[in-house]
Design a protein around this ligand. Structure first.
Ligand code: GTP
Ligand code: SPV
Ligand code: MN
Length: 612
């Protein structure tokens, strides 16, 4: 009897699909999810402009989106104040064996996690449309491409996925009858009772949020949040956490890295991949306008790189995304002019302030604070308000193709050959401007010990120093000790074609709290030094922490900046480094016997160089 009723409900559910789906496994999964989540209808997305416009106008009509008068085809959303960033504390890597997730990930065993989440998913889409989003990470014609299907009850997620990934029937076509896809299930976790009015930003309370990964099944289940990496499942969940596991198995790499092309005055091309933690300068560096005379740059990606060894033995990088989900505060024509030009049209803004003339504003914008605005919580705001008008993790979603400095090769199916890896973080103290690794293994040690002050990109305290190895702490889908081993192994396979490794810190301050380095476009001066190190054209000094430029080794032509501050930015305080050894000790100890022997050797050599 119960079964009959269930079937009747299923039959009543409208399903809209404008193309033919031949993949039985996909159809079956979609219908199973519908049975579980009980949406009022199923809608298969086609990725068209018409679809985007239709969903946006529905959201405008409802009040969830505000069409910006000043920016063509651009919209502002305000999230629930509890749902403003990734939730690392509620993010799980679920293997039957806890050790597979490792000490840097949250873990619940798959059986109990699924049980908990199935209870939450039961009827969670009541009163809502269930959207099926077929998407590709990396261009479909790339050998690196991975197909995902995101099921979501959020039209905001659909529109963001349109920008961030490649959505449409061409993906379904590529799947054919039995192609592989990564199932990504997402719900905001806010079912609607009959006649209940929808919230402007529906979501579930923190203790009901789960961002779960089942790497052994290539499966992603996200519940309760509508924001960024919690909800746009192609990004951190698929392209980093799940992809890192696949990459290790298949011998490639999935990294939290920007991809940048630098061109010397002689026309020599260098490709740089840089891993900085969230909100620590990837988007800025990715779109750099070099100030160092004669050098040019092009952007290929600002957040994620997939890297694979090519037929010539070099390492090739491709950006799996098609948009930027960038931090708005601090973005200005001064700090990132290319990003500002990218944002002129066709963008989604989340948690920015709304000006009275119908534009967005945020702290650090070129325009001075407006006399009056509506803040990210929807309240009247004036400059004397002690709270910021935009949330510190307010974001823009922008099509990569609109970036004025996007590389003509950004969608090249095989990617671009990498010359340089950069690691780094945000450190007010101790860490100097730039260090070059002695060799690959030392570079892996630098990546593994990377430390950074926490930012508003995650819900939690801001400004706390933590180890964030390779900027992957929140994004590695398996035991980080095995990830270190994978880096060593990749180096062995690359032989003499290994990229050179550097470590940077743009964020060091003096005792008065002033930046020691100008940053932004002037970071090109540091990049130039790196390229010239490869060519053997420029000197360096050997220090216990690595090779470093002397002030004269950096091209400071035309730089208007107190030279004594640059000297300070390059200072190595050995005592300060010694004082951090116990913390490194602890950091490595958490991996126990799983820590690669080569890492232990690097650590021993490091301590010896420090005189310990
Ligand atoms: P996710 O998108 O969260 O992964 O972060 P991201 O690494 O792309 O961060 P983004 O480039 O948006 O960094 C934003 C913050 O870093 C802003 O506060 C910027 O002002 C600051 N920033 C970026 N580059 C520099 C720099 O060279 N110097 C200084 N002082 N700040 C910088
Ligand atoms: C990050 O936090 O590293 C981001 C933003 O790139 S999110 O997509 O929300 O993870
Ligand atoms: Mn990121």
């Amino acid at each position: 009897m119960a079964k009959t009723i269930k079937n009747q409900v299923a039959q009543e559910r409208r399903e809209t699909v404008a193309y033919t789906v031949k993949n039985e496994k996909l159809k079956q999964w979609v219908h199973e999810v519908a049975e579980l989540c009980e949406p009022k209808e199923i809608y298969w997305c086609d990725g068209s402009q018409e679809e985007y416009d239709r969903l946006m106008s529905q959201m405008v009509a409802h009040g969830a989106a505000i069409a910006l008068k000043k920016r063509p085809n651009s919209f502002l959303f305000r999230s629930d104040p509890s749902d403003v960033a990734r939730v690392e504390a509620r993010t799980y890597i679920s293997y039957p064996d806890k050790d597979e997730a490792g000490p840097t990930n949250n873990w619940i065993d798959p059986v109990s996690l699924k049980k908990t989440m199935l209870d939450l998913y039961k009827g969670c889409m009541k009163g809502r449309t269930m959207y099926v989003i077929p998407f590709s990470m990396a261009p479909l014609d790339s050998p690196m491409a991975k197909i995902g299907i995101e099921i979501t009850d959020s039209p905001y997620v659909v529109c963001n996925m349109h920008i961030m990934t490649r959505v449409g029937p061409q993906v379904i076509e590529a799947l054919g009858t039995d192609g592989e896809f990564i199932p990504c299930l997402h719900s905001v976790g806010a079912p609607l009772a009959e006649g209940q009015e929808d919230a402007l930003w529906p979501c579930a309370p923190i203790e009901k949020k789960y961002i779960s990964h089942f790497p052994e099944e290539n499966l992603i289940w996200s519940y309760g949040s509508g924001y960024g990496g919690n909800a746009l499942l192609g990004k951190k969940c698929l392209a980093l956490r799940i992809a890192s596991v696949i990459a290790r198995r298949e011998g490639w790499m999935a990294e939290h890295m920007l991809i940048l092309r630098l061109i010397s005055p002689e026309g020599k091309v260098y490709h740089i991949c840089a891993a900085f933690p969230s909100a620590c300068g990837k988007t800025n560096l990715a779109m750099i306008l070099p100030t160092v005379p004669g050098w040019k740059a092009e952007c290929l990606g600002d957040d994620i790189a997939w890297l694979k060894i090519g037929p010539d033995g070099r390492l090739y990088a491709i950006n799996p995304e098609s948009g930027f989900f960038g931090v708005a505060p601090g973005t200005s024509h001064d700090s990132n002019p290319a990003a500002m030009d990218t944002l002129e049209k066709n963008c989604i803004f989340t948690n920015c302030a709304l000006t009275d003339d119908g534009d967005v504003w945020w702290e650090g914008h070129d325009d001075p604070a407006p006399e009056h605005a509506i803040d990210w919580k929807g309240r009247d705001w004036t400059p004397d308000n002690p709270e910021p008008a935009a949330h510190p993790n307010a974001r823009f979603t922008a099509p990569a193709a609109q970036c004025p400095v996007i590389s003509p090769d950004w969608e090249k199916p095989q990617g671009v050959p990498v010359d340089i890896f950069i690691f780094g973080g945000r450190r007010t103290r101790v860490q100097p401007l730039v260090v070059e690794a002695f060799d690959w293994d030392h570079g892996v040690f630098l990546g593994a010990t990377a430390a950074s002050e926490t930012t508003a990109a995650n819900i939690g305290a801001v400004g706390n120093l933590r180890r964030d190895p390779f900027a992957m702490k929140p994004f590695c889908g398996y035991n980080m000790a095995d990830y270190f081993a994978h880096w060593f192994a990749m180096g062995d396979r690359l032989g003499d074609k290994k990229p050179r490794i550097f470590y940077v810190n743009w964020f060091r301050k003096n005792d008065e709290g002033k930046w020691l380095w100008p940053g932004f476009g002037d970071n090109s001066r540091v990049l130039k030094w790196m390229c010239e190190r490869i060519e053997g054209k420029v000197g360096a000094e050997e220090t216990p922490i690595g090779y470093m430029p002397r002030q004269d080794d950096l091209d400071l032509t035309g730089l208007d900046w107190p030279m004594e501050r640059i000297a300070e930015a390059l200072e190595v305080d050995i005592e300060a480094f010694k004082a951090e050894v116990p913390d490194m000790e602890q950091h490595f100890a958490q991996f126990g016997a799983r820590l690669p022997e080569r890492m232990k050797i690097q650590f021993e050599e490091y301590k010896k160089r420090l005189g310990l």
